[in-house]
Ligand binder design. Structure first.
Ligand SMILES: [Fe+2]
Ligand SMILES: [Fe+2]
Length: 344
């Protein structure tokens, strides 16, 4: 471990204890680690030392050596808590979806794993390693919806604020695949492209300032300008990676509108790649049916009616029909009948 030791004016209540065992050998650690001089919970600021500054890493012998010295916990600063969470998500044993679970359970697992991976993407950026893991999630989405199309009904949208973008991205990936299947798409590569495109469509938001992203109220013009950069920022984030063209199209063009009022290039109608048009519908629907600071969660029926009344000139009508079909496939409840009654 590359040590750098010093004293820090930290208050006890400022620190978060983490178990030594949560740090895995030979993995890059991108947050500072503090230790208590006596090994226990620090009593005074001067009991805390910076044990290893980021970046650091373990070798196999170090955990045992630390235990011997009576150190079973490290401490991290709260501002690095999200880095630690991402580290855990990334280095925890490669979780995968239980193929024997019910569709409902599998979709919730996919959302959970997908959301944590998206959190990693947002904190560390895109690279081939993250991309490989996301491709596994994309495969899980396609397999799960192929086994049972109704699994799409189990997308969970109620999440706390921080996690919104991560869960939203996974939800959009799942819904996009369900819609493509409802349109008759059976090619596994194409379905996988929809899943990956949905997962990554908002990846450019990692460049958007958090105060803009989480603003509780209407954005100022200058803030809108920042927000509108995310499609191009996302496009650039995957530029050097091997992703299908349809994924690049989805990232860059998911905010274009058929009437030419969208961004970033104000494309109209058939100028907008169809995969982007489809994912943009899943994107709008997922956002409408989720609680945000500036609007309550709408029911599926309310969201579809709102889209029909206010957005039909802007979105692809065939894609909108596919959304209704995806949400009602095999659905015999009164809720399903109500959704099916919406005509385009
Ligand atoms: Fe977006
Ligand atoms: Fe989005």
């Amino acid at each position: 471990m590359n040590n750098s030791v010093g004293s820090f004016e930290l208050r006890e209540e400022d620190l978060i204890a983490i178990p030594v065992e949560s740090l895995k050998a030979n993995t890059p650690i991108n947050f500072d680690l503090y230790a208590s001089v006596g090994g226990g919970q620090p009593k005074r600021a001067k009991d805390i030392v910076l044990f290893a500054s980021a970046p650091s890493s373990w070798n196999n012998a170090e955990p045992a050596m630390l235990k011997k010295c009576g150190i079973s916990s490290f401490f991290i600063r709260p501002d690095e808590h999200s880095r630690y969470k991402s580290y855990l998500a990334f280095n925890s044993s490669q979780r995968s979806v239980d193929p024997n679970g019910t569709p409902e359970f599998r979709i919730s697992q996919i959302q959970d794993i997908g959301a944590h991976l998206m959190e990693v993407c947002f904190h560390t950026g895109m690279d081939n390693l993250v991309l490989g893991r996301l491709q596994t999630v994309a495969d899980d989405i396609v397999t799960c919806l192929t086994d049972d199309p109704r699994a799409v009904l189990h997308i969970q949208n109620l999440v706390d604020h921080d996690m919104y973008t991560y869960f939203h991205s996974t939800g959009v990936g799942i819904l996009s695949v369900a819609m493509a299947k409802a349109m008759g798409e059976t090619n596994a590569e194409v379905l996988r492209g929809f899943a990956l495109g949905g997962l990554l469509h908002d990846i450019g938001k990692r460049e958007t300032p958090l105060h803009v992203l989480n603003k509780n109220g209407p954005l100022l013009d200058s803030e809108w300008d920042m927000m509108k950069k995310h499609p191009e920022d996302g496009f650039n984030a995957v530029k050097s990676l091997e992703v299908p063209q349809m994924v690049r199209d989805i990232i860059l063009s998911h905010h274009e509108k058929r009437d030419g009022t969208g961004y970033p290039h104000r494309l109209s109608a058939n100028e907008i790649p169809l995969p982007a048009q489809l994912v943009s519908i899943a994107d709008i629907f997922n956002a409408l049916t989720t609680t945000r600071s500036y609007h309550r969660k709408r029911s599926r029926f309310e969201a579809l009616m709102l889209m029909k009344q206010d957005m039909l000139g802007k979105i692809w009508s065939e894609g909108f029909k596919a959304l209704i079909a995806a949400l009602t496939e095999g659905e015999n409840s009164s809720d399903g009948a109500e959704l099916k009654s919406i005509t385009v």
